[in-house]
Unconditional design. Structure first.
Length: 354
């Protein structure tokens, strides 16, 4: 009887936890209009800490360093809105035309395959091989990005007030938990890891976006700055982000310049991401905050469902934050290990002595 009551209590506890998670997810979906600018502001604050500390090391007073970083952020947001915003607007207006041209290219491909004796038909296959849907997804993504850029002033305002409050936050933590409390040390470690990761990842992503823009400009693909920004944003998604960012740009190269230029564009993406992702980034990132490929894909779907296309861009960062929170507690560290990729060393089978 005691064991049955214990099992029932455990089951009830699990149900209550799942119900709480469902309520939290539902609340996040309803509040995404507020949460998305708030999360973007947090990312801006984390990225800004590096330049602020750099200015302070050069002898610049803290208030002046903060002002310089705010001016730099304002100029960057204004530049992105002016340069990339117009490209997004033109691209969104041309989406129907691109989808029609892609459908014509697909029909020509079907005709060519039928001439070779290969019959590709069926509604299911048409849905799988539908490049027009890729442009539709890209259009939705850029539409959400345009809305976010339009709220750039709100994001900047939130970030400024967060940076002003950041100085007093450690004092509040010490007051709550005590001077030598382990929670304070874990929070400091967590904050340092996030700052280090975000700083390195931002620089690497900026390099990736710059190289992509330059390559597409030399090839002659329209909107190279816009595709560079997309490569910059999706580079925050490990393993598969660069592939997702390359697809619409390569399709546009196919429509605009033909198959050979599309192949060259795809090759440029491949070379850039191989060099940056496998040579440059590991050199500075080290072990990093790795996630398994399956976790990356699942987090992409989950956060995209919760926050829309912007959630897809933030999926890796949000999942890494959850992973680091789990890793900071001994009781939940095993859950963090489940999110990591498999160990690099292979398990060797025992060999018999001959």
């Amino acid at each position: 009887m005691v064991r049955a009551d214990s099992n029932l209590a455990t089951l009830f506890h699990i149900i209550m936890i799942l119900a709480g998670i469902a309520v939290i997810i539902s609340a996040m979906i309803q509040a995404k209009v507020i949460l998305i600018p708030f999360m973007m502001a947090i990312i801006v604050v984390i990225i800004s800490r590096g330049p602020i500390f750099w200015f302070q090391k050069k002898g610049v007073p803290e208030w002046l360093a903060l002002c310089l970083v705010i001016i730099l952020l304002s100029g960057t947001i204004l530049l992105v809105v002016m340069v990339v915003g117009s490209s997004m607007k033109d691209f969104l207006q041309n989406i129907p035309q691109y989808k029609t041209e892609l459908q014509q290219q697909t029909d020509q491909f079907y005709t060519f395959m039928r001439s070779k004796g290969v019959h590709l038909s069926g509604k299911g296959f048409d849905q799988i091989l539908n490049p027009g849907s890729v442009m539709g997804y890209a259009g939705q993504l850029f539409s959400d990005l345009s809305a976010l850029l339009a709220n750039g002033f709100l994001v900047l305002l939130l970030a400024v007030f967060m940076m002003l409050e950041a100085r007093s936050f450690p004092v509040k933590i010490r007051t709550i938990f005590g001077q030598e409390d382990t929670k304070l040390l874990r929070f400091q470690e967590f904050s340092d890891r996030v700052k280090e990761y975000m700083t390195i990842k931002t620089v690497v992503s900026l390099l990736t976006g710059t190289l992509v823009s330059l390559s597409l400009f030399l090839i002659g693909v329209d909107y190279p700055l816009m595709w560079g920004m997309l490569a910059f944003a999706f580079n925050f998604i490990p393993n598969i982000g660069s592939i997702i960012a390359a697809v619409p740009a390569v399709l546009l190269a196919l429509l605009q310049l033909g198959p050979m230029s599309a192949l060259i564009a795809a090759a440029c993406y491949l070379v850039i991401n191989m060099v940056v992702g496998t040579v440059i980034e590991p050199r500075f990132m080290g072990r990093g905050l790795g996630l398994s490929t399956l976790v990356v894909l699942l987090s992409l779907l989950f956060w995209g469902w919760v926050f829309g296309p912007i959630g897809m861009l933030l999926s890796a960062l949000l999942t890494m934050t959850v992973k680091m929170c789990l890793d900071s507690n001994e009781e939940t560290r095993w859950l963090a290990m489940l999110l990591e990729p498999a160990p690099t060393e292979e398990i060797s089978t025992p060999q018999t002595n001959q």
